[in-house]
Structure formats: structure tokens, C-alpha cells
Design a protein around this ligand. Structure first.
Ligand code: AGP
Length: 609
């Protein structure tokens, strides 16, 4: 998720570009850059680091000109660096582009362009777009951009500059946001409203496939076929702070609702073209490589640890390799048995958690092969691990992790399928079946998010309790742990997750009349057993909110309320079942007037022991 800006008018472009980017740093901040046409050429200034580093770089020699584009990056392809920062140019510097999204066929295009003599400078997918425009340019800027769009695949917001057309910007979008701000004798482009709200509140919101040719005194919008599109002006009535959250009240709620896209992006490029298997070009594992291991450890903290528990289930179920999951702060001090036949998988949204990083370094020292699942390109953990798989969830700002968790689960699921195919532990038909189910998950999350009213009601009704229990078996228990953590960390309610079958060994003593119990019963393989545990707590007059799969009409006979999630393979249901629990925690915190995005005592990334 990156921040994009563009300006064309009579004022100095660099002023708006840097100001606009400062309002978009929540969309990404590992590097930044601007490009301005100075009357002769397009001057590009960019560098790694926050926007402040760019401002410092240009402060004594600000690019002069009244048309330009800018970008603040959240790296997906290519580590954060000066050369990987946007804007990107072609060989001549006449074509310049900024991009938010993922060009899925960039490697193929890059090979073709290199064969035609193009010299690449960066590791990014975006630079391919600049060279492709150079390759197809026929004197008609707009038509040439259309040709580029016909050849690229993936998700994008793009803004183009061309030295031969110094009075116009061309922008377009597919599955990523892009707005045009309407000024007086000037116009603005941005990936998000916060960047332009201080200059104008009158905007055009571009739809997928639409392209705009933006000059200082005209905006011409067409669709994929080149037909003119008439746009209604969208008057922005948000305040600046609300705009950063895309109109949501908190970053946490925005990030919960970003999960369909985050999961879709994390899956993109990893499902084979025929849709029947998983590809992981980053790993290139073989059966010999995998058969060399006699143990896999998954090590992490907090939510990432909970994702690791689900990852264990997936790898053992699908790839049949023994897995042990450990909390990083415990693992590193218990003298674990590690040698060159050990694989260590670390999971970390931030890639900076000190306990996890320390466990990674200790395991490497003892000879383990290491793999990191992380959301931050170029993070300490990403750089320390032998291999890395990225979740492409975009920056997660709220302290409570949501979209990182669901993208970690989907990544573990894909990794397990990838391993199963290499090892032959699953028939190809079963792999294809699961890959097909996997691709329905983003829409199923959207469906789960489409009706939050019942959850708001539960949160209001039970939000003032001091004790809540989450119970489940198998994968439901793993999700119960994550649900309890969400409630604890943002609403400050004491919440405890318990293996449903374990209640009778002590905790049942705490279940008395009116105690809320969230019971997850989505796993068919243990459903009857879970039902009997639910009856146990109901017999003690607990108030039970059940989480069930769509087709289950049985559970509601035994509980006080039911929240249902779409039917899918029980292996994938955890990715859906966690969503109502995230929302329950969110609305309970709201009910109690808690600071949802910045809960007391907590930090987004725990970089101390
Ligand atoms: C989860 O909501 C918390 N913010 C916390 O438990 C977090 O998951 C943990 O600190 C691990 O962070 P990481 O994924 O960045 O390593």
C-alpha cells in the first residue's frame, strides 16, 4: 500500500507533492520521491527513509516546475533503497511513473524488455511500466498508456509523466484507490483524500479501468474502451484525521475491512496460472530439501504466535512434517534441540519484534535453516532469515493486529499446500480443490463483514462484563486464543481462551450464571464433542455466543446467540471465524470508551525484551 500524489497548475509542484505525501505516510513510509518537469527535462529526486529524508535531500535545491508526481513507498518487490524508491523512469528519463499495487506479470515483461535492450536499475515491478511505455510510445501519450495497460496484469494505481507532453498527467486505477482533486487553474491527483483535502474538497473518485488526462484547466476521463465518462463531483466532508482512516472511525476498523484485499493481494502471484496449485518462486524448495528436515519449529509472539498454531495444524495435516510451536520469549531460553535438520519458521508482522529476532539468530547459530513470514520488506527479521515470504497486507497501524493475522494464515495455508505437492502427501485433485476454496476466501470475508449489526448488539450487551471465556477445539481453540487476545488488548476485559475439552479440569468452576462464553464450533471433525462442552457451560447458566458455519442449524438450539460464517473447507474457516471476534473486540472497546488504536501499556512493535 503506497501513497501517490500528482500536481498540475501554476504553482510550484514540489510544494504540494511533499505536503501531500506527508498526509499519506500511513500508507507506506520506507522510501519517498518526487519528479518535476523543470522546463527541459523531468527531474527525479528520491531516497530511502521517511519523507523527512527526502525533504532534507532537496531542501537547498528544490525541483522547480509546475507539474509533477510523488510517491511514498510500502515495499512489496525489492527492499527499501534509493534505487527502488519511486518515481521510476525508462532508459531515457522521458517517461516517469509512480505506482501503488502489484504488477503480477512483471518478470515476463522485464525479460522481454531486457531482450529489447532496456537497462533496468531497480528490483521493482513498477520500473517495468516505465520501460514498457518507452517501448510502445508512438507520439500519442494517451494511446501509448492504453497499450501499456493492455499488457500489464495485476492491481495498480498509476500516474504517468512524459517529457514530450509536459502539460499533462495521465492516471488510471485497477483495484487500488485514486482520486482527482479539482482546483481553480490547478488539479491534484492522490491515492487518498487526506493528501488533497487541504487544497480542495471537490473530487472525482476514479473507478477501475477509468483513465484521466489531467491538465491544469481540464480533466478528461475515459473508460477502458476510450469512451468519455461523465463524473459527478464528490464533495469531501471528512476532516483530515477521518480521511486518513478512509472514513472509518479507527485504523483498526479500517484494517479489519481491508482484510479481503489484503488476503487477495497476499494470494496474488502465488496461485498457479491454472488455478490448481501454489507457486512460491521465493523458495524453490525440492523434496530432497524438505526430506532433510526432521523437525519444524514455528516461533513468534502474540497474534503471530496464534497464527503459528494454525500454521502447525496446516503443515502437519497437509505436509505431514512434525511441527512444534513456541512463544519466542520462551523458546530462546529453553535450550531447544536445534541442528542442521531443523527448520525454523518465524512469524512477525513488523519484522522487528526483539524476542522473535533473537530466537531467529540463536536458531541460525545452531545450524537451523530459517524462513520468515513477515509484512515488512527489508525489516530486521526479513534481512536475518535465510528465506522470506511476505504477507502483502499493507501497513498495519492499529496496535491490535487483524489483517496481518488473516494474511499470515493464508500464507501458512499456501505454504502447506506447496509443501504437500512437493512431498506428494496430497493427491493433486485435493490440492486443486483446496486452491479453489482458497480463492473464495476474500469474498467470504467481505460477506462476513457485510452485517456487523448483531455483533455491535452483543458488544453493547456484554461489553461491560469483567470476564469473558472463549472455548473451542482443534483449530477453533487456536482462533479462540486470538479472539481472547483481541478483546483483552483493546477493551481491557479479562478474556481467557480455553480448550473446550479442558474446561472440566478446573476452569468450569468459574462458569456461573451470566458469564459470557464465546463458543467456536466450526470444526466438523470435533463438532459433537464441542457441543457437549457447550452444554456443560449452558448447564451452569453461562450466556453463550456461538460461532458456527453457515450450514449449521443445530448450534442455535443450545446457545443464546449465533454468529455464522460462510461455509468452506474446515481448514480455511479460521480465517473467517476470527472476523466476528475482531469486530466483537472492537465494538466492546468502543462501548467502554477505550482508545482502540493505541491501547494502554502496548506498542505496535515490541522491540525490547
Ligand atoms: C497483537 O494484536 C498484538 N499487537 C501483539 O501481540 C503482536 O501480535 C506481537 O507483539 C507480535 O508482533 P509482530 O507480529 O510484529 O512480531
Amino acid at each position: 500500500m503506497c501513497g501517490i500524489v500528482g500536481y498540475v497548475g501554476d504553482k510550484q509542484a514540489a510544494d504540494f507533492l511533499t505536503e501531500g505525501l506527508s498526509k499519506l505516510e500511513y500508507r507506506g513510509y520506507d522510501s519517498a520521491g518526487i519528479a518535476v518537469y523543470d522546463g527541459e527535462k523531468i527531474r527525479v529526486e528520491k531516497c530511502v527513509g521517511r519523507l523527512a529524508a527526502l525533504r532534507d535531500k532537496i531542501k537547498d535545491d528544490v525541483p522547480q516546475g509546475t507539474i509533477g508526481i510523488g510517491h511514498t513507498r510500502w515495499a512489496t518487490h525489492g527492499r527499501p533503497s534509493d534505487v527502488n524508491a519511486h518515481p521510476h523512469t525508462d532508459c531515457s528519463g522521458d517517461f516517469v511513473v509512480v505506482h501503488n499495487g502489484i504488477i503480477e506479470n512483471y518478470l515476463t515483461l522485464k525479460e522481454e524488455l531486457i531482450e529489447k535492450g532496456h537497462a533496468f536499475k531497480s528490483e521493482t515491478d513498477t520500473e517495468v511500466v516505465a520501460h514498457l511505455l518507452e517501448e510502445v510510445y508512438n507520439g500519442d501519450f494517451e494511446e501509448s498508456v492504453r497499450e501499456v495497460l493492455r499488457r500489464i496484469e495485476g492491481s495498480y494505481s498509476l500516474v504517468f509523466m512524459c517529457r514530450q507532453h509536459p502539460d499533462e498527467l495521465i492516471c488510471t486505477k485497477q483495484d487500488n484507490p485514486l482520486v482527482i482533486g479539482l482546483g481553480d487553474g490547478e488539479n491534484f491527483i492522490a491515492s487518498d483524500i487526506p493528501a488533497i483535502i487541504s487544497r480542495t474538497r471537490r473530487t472525482y473518485i476514479l473507478n477501475d479501468g477509468e483513465m484521466a488526462v489531467v491538465k491544469k484547466d481540464s480533466i478528461v476521463i475515459t473508460n477502458r474502451k476510450g469512451e468519455l465518462v461523465t463524473k459527478k463531483v464528490f464533495e469531501v466532508n471528512w476532516n483530515a484525521e477521518a480521511a486518513e482512516k478512509g472514513g472509518f472511525e479507527h485504523f483498526m476498523l479500517k484494517e479489519i475491512h481491508e482484510q479481503p484485499k489484503a488476503v487477495r493481494d497476499t494470494m496474488s502471484q502465488r496461485v498457479a496460472k491454472d488455478g490448481k496449485s501454489i507457486v512460491m518462486d521465493e523458495l524453490k524448495w525440492t523434496a530432497d530439501y524438505l526430506n532433510d528436515f526432521n523437525k519444524i519449529y514455528i516461533v513468534a509472539c502474540g497474534t503471530a504466535y496464534h497464527a503459528g498454531l494454525v500454521g502447525k495444524y496446516y503443515i502437519e495435516k497437509l505436509a505431514r512434517i512434525p511441527v512444534e510451536v513456541d512463544i519466542a520469549s520462551e523458546f530462546r531460553y529453553r535450550d531447544p534441540i536445534i541442528d542442521e535438520k531443523t527448520m525454523l519458521i518465524v512469524v512477525s508482522q513488523s519484522g522487528e519484534t526483539s524476542d522473535t529476532l533473537a530466537a531467529l539468530k540463536e536458531s541460525k547459530r545452531r545450524g537451523a535453516k530459517t524462513l520468515a513470514l513477515t509484512n515488512v520488506v527489508g525489516s530486521s527479521i526479513a534481512r536475518e532469515a535465510d528465506q522470506v515470504l511476505y504477507t502483502w497486507a499493507g501497513p498495519e497501524i492499529a496496535v491490535a493486529s487483524t489483517k496481518a493475522y488473516t494474511t499470515q494464515l493464508i500464507l501458512f495455508f499456501m505454504l502447506s499446500l506447496y509443501m504437500a505437492e512437493i512431498l506428494g502427501t496430497l493427491p493433486k485433485e485435493r490440492i486443486a480443490e483446496l486452491v479453489a476454496e482458497l480463492q473464495k476466501v476474500p469474498a467470504q470475508i467481505s460477506e462476513t463483514l457485510s452485517d456487523v449489526e448483531p455483533i455491535k448488539t452483543f458488544a453493547k450487551q456484554y461489553g461491560f462484563n469483567e470476564d469473558v471465556f472463549y472455548i473451542g477445539r482443534s483449530l477453533d481453540y487456536d482462533v479462540a486464543l486470538e479472539g481472547a487476545l483481541k478483546l483483552k488488548e483493546i477493551s481491557y476485559i479479562h478474556a481467557e481462551a480455553y480448550a473446550a475439552g479442558e474446561l472440566k479440569h478446573g476452569t468450569l468452576a468459574l462458569i456461573v450464571e451470566g458469564v459470557p462464553v464465546i463458543a467456536l464450533a466450526t470444526q466438523k471433525s470435533v463438532y459433537e464433542k464441542t457441543l457437549s462442552n457447550i452444554k456443560e457451560v449452558k448447564a451452569r447458566d453461562a450466556v453463550v455466543i456461538g460461532i458456527a458455519a453457515e450450514g449449521d442449524d443445530e448450534l442455535e438450539k443450545y446457545v443464546d446467540h449465533v454468529m455464522k460464517v460462510p461455509e468452506t473447507d474446515e481448514l480455511l474457516i479460521p480465517i473467517l471465524a476470527v472476523v466476528p471476534l475482531q469486530l466483537l473486540a472492537y465494538y466492546a472497546a468502543i462501548t467502554r470508551g477505550c482508545d482502540v488504536d493505541k491501547p494502554r501499556n502496548l506498542a505496535k512493535s515490541v522491540t525490547v525484551e
